[in-house]
Design a protein around this ligand. Structure first.
Ligand code: HAM
Length: 445
C-alpha cells in the first residue's frame, strides 16, 4: 500500500499523520542505509553493502583484541554540556554542526558528534580509574554532524575509535598509531600517509599562538572568510585550511615545533624513533593541528590519495587534561577516530575489498509441500551444525528458483523432489563449477 499523497510506502507516516501524510518517507539528506549487497543498484554503491561492514567490523574487533582494547558502548545522545566542555565552543563541530534538541523536560541534549567525550564521561562516571593505572577502550558507532554532505562526508557517519588512558609516555602514542596502521594493513589499504605533529603543552602553544598571530596579522585581509573568523579564537586552525588563499598566506608561517619545550621535544623525538623502529612510514607535518580543541602534544592523521577532497581516513592525538576538564582526575590520554565509511570506500577504490562476502553455503529448493517439510528439518539440522543455509519457500517454478539462488550467491543448491524424499538423498549442485552429485541427507554439510 502506498501513501495517497506522496506515493511513498507509509510505514511510519501512516501512524503519524494518517491519510494526510505529505512527508516523503525518504532517508534524510546526508544519511545512508547500509543494506545487503543483493539490493545495491550500482558499483558506486558497493561501500554500502552490509556484508562488507560486518567483515570490516570483525577485523576491527580482532585487532582490538590483539592490542587488548575493550569495547565501551555509550548512548548516541548526551547532555549538550558534555560536548561544549569536551570539544570546545570555538570548534566548527560545536559552533555549527551539532544536532541539539530539548527533551520533554527541557534539558538540552545533543546527538554525539564524536566519541571521545562520551567515552571519557563513561570512564569518569563509572569510576574506571579505581581499576588501575592503564585503560584501553574502543568504540564503534554512529556520529552526527550537520555538515554539507558530499562524497565521503555525511551527516551521520560511523567511527571506530580507541582511547588509551593513563600513561603519558611516547610508547603509548606509538602503540595507538601502530594499532591503526596494522588495521589498515590487514584490510589491505595502501597509498597511505601518516602525518604526525606535536602541539606542545598549553604554555608553549600560547607562545606559538602569539607568534602565529603576529605573522598572520599583516596578511589578515588575504585570508578566507572562515580563517579571518578564526584569527582571534582559534588561529592554529588557519594552518590546516585547505583554501588555496590560506595555504599561500601560511606557507612561510613559523613552526610550532620551534616553540616546544625540552620535555615535549624529547617526547616527539622518541615517538619518531619508535615509529621508525617498527617500520611505520610517517612524515612530520608542522601544519597538522586537527579540528578539535582538546589536543596537546602528539597529533596524527592518516590520509589517502584514494579519497579526493575528504582524504582523512582517521586521526587523533594526545589530550592530556581533558579528563580533568570533564570532572575526572588529571590523567593523560591518547586516541584516534576512523571514519568507517571512508575506510570501506578506500578499500573499494583500491580494489582490495573482496566482493561482499558470500554467507550462503547451501540453498534448498523443495518441489512441493511434502518436500518443503523435509527441507525445513534439514536446514534446522544444518544450522545447528553451524552451516549458513536457507530454503526457497516461495513455491515458484524450478527455473525461477534457480535464478534466485544465483542472485543470492549460493555456493551450492540442493533440489528436493519426490524421488529424493524416498531415497533419503538430494542432488547437490556446486554453482561455480556446475558439478552435480547425490548426497545422503544425513551427510549434507
Ligand atoms: P575527527 O577527525 O573529527 O576526530 O573524526 C575522525 C574521523 O571520522 C575522520 O578522520 C573521518 O574519517 C571521520 N569523519 C569525521 N566527520 C565525518 C563526516 N562528516 N563524514 C564521514 N566521516 C567523517 C574525532 O572525532 C576524534 N574524537 C578522534 C579522537 C579519538 N581523538 C582522540 N581520540
Amino acid at each position: 500500500m502506498t501513501c495517497r499523497f506522496s506515493g511513498c510506502r507509509p510505514i511510519i507516516c501512516r501512524f503519524l499523520a494518517g491519510d494526510n501524510c505529505t512527508v516523503k518517507c525518504q532517508v534524510p539528506k546526508g544519511l545512508t542505509d547500509i543494506i545487503p549487497n543483493q539490493y545495491l543498484k550500482s558499483e558506486e554503491e558497493r561501500w554500502r553493502a552490509s556484508e562488507t561492514w560486518t567483515s570490516t567490523e570483525a577485523e576491527i574487533r580482532s585487532i582490538c583484541k590483539l592490542f587488548q582494547f575493550s569495547e565501551v558502548r555509550t548512548p548516541i545522545f548526551e547532555r549538550t554540556e558534555l560536548f561544549l566542555r569536551g570539544i570546545g565552543e570555538g570548534t566548527d563541530i560545536v559552533s555549527k554542526e551539532m544536532y541539539t534538541f530539548d527533551d520533554k523536560a527541557k534539558r538540552s541534549m545533543t546527538l554525539r558528534p564524536e566519541g571521545t567525550a562520551p567515552a571519557l564521561r563513561a570512564f569518569i562516571e563509572g569510576g574506571f580509574e579505581q581499576a588501575g593505572p592503564l585503560h584501553k577502550l574502543f568504540y564503534i558507532g554512529p556520529m552526527f554532524r550537520y555538515e554539507r554532505p558530499q562524497a565521503g562526508r555525511y551527516r551521520q557517519h560511523h567511527q571506530f575509535g580507541v582511547e588509551a588512558i593513563g600513561p603519558s609516555v611516547p610508547e603509548q602514542d606509538a602503540e595507538v598509531i601502530d594499532l591503526l596502521y596494522q588495521l589498515l594493513s590487514r584490510l589491505g589499504i595502501g597509498e597511505l600517509t601518516v602525518g604526525i605533529n606535536c602541539l606542545g603543552n598549553p604554555k608553549s602553544r600560547g607562545i606559538y599562538r602569539n607568534e602565529l598571530k603576529q605573522f598572520l596579522h599583516p596578511r589578515l585581509s588575504r585570508l578566507s572568510e572562515d580563517s579571518q573568523r578564526r584569527f582571534e579564537a582559534n588561529p592554529l586552525r588557519i594552518l590546516d585550511s585547505k583554501e588555496p588563499m590560506d595555504m599561500e598566506c601560511t606557507k612561510d608561517a613559523p613552526s610550532i615545533l620551534d616553540c616546544l619545550d625540552a620535555e615535549d621535544r624529547d617526547h616527539f623525538e622518541i615517538l619518531q624513533q619508535l615509529l621508525k623502529d617498527i617500520g611505520i612510514p610517517f612524515t612530520v607535518q608542522k601544519r597538522l593541528v586537527r579540528g578539535l580543541d582538546y589536543y596537546n602534544g602528539t597529533v596524527f592523521e592518516v590520509t589517502t590519495s584514494a579519497l579526493g577532497a575528504q582524504n582523512s581516513i582517521g586521526g587523533g592525538g594526545r589530550y592530556d587534561g581533558l579528563i580533568r576538564q570533564l570532572g575526572g582526575s588529571d590523567l593523560a590520554a591518547m586516541g584516534f577516530g576512523v571514519g568507517i565509511e571512508r575506510l570501506i570506500q578506500t578499500l573499494l577504490k583500491q580494489n582490495k575489498g573482496s566482493k561482499a562476502e558470500n554467507y550462503l553455503d547451501l540453498w534448498l529448493i523443495p518441489m512441493g509441500p511434502k518436500e518443503r517439510q523435509l527441507g525445513f528439518q534439514i536446514i534446522h539440522k544444518l544450522r545447528a551444525r553451524g552451516l549458513p543455509c536457507g530454503m526457497d519457500t516461495t513455491c515458484r517454478k524450478l527455473k525461477k528458483a534457480m535464478a534466485y539462488a544465483h542472485t543470492l550467491g549460493a555456493k551450492r543448491v540442493a533440489i528436493i523432489g519426490e524421488n529424493e524424499v524416498e531415497k533419503g538423498a538430494v542432488r547437490v549442485k556446486t554453482m561455480n563449477t556446475g558439478v552435480e552429485e547425490t548426497v545422503l541427507i544425513e551427510e549434507l554439510g
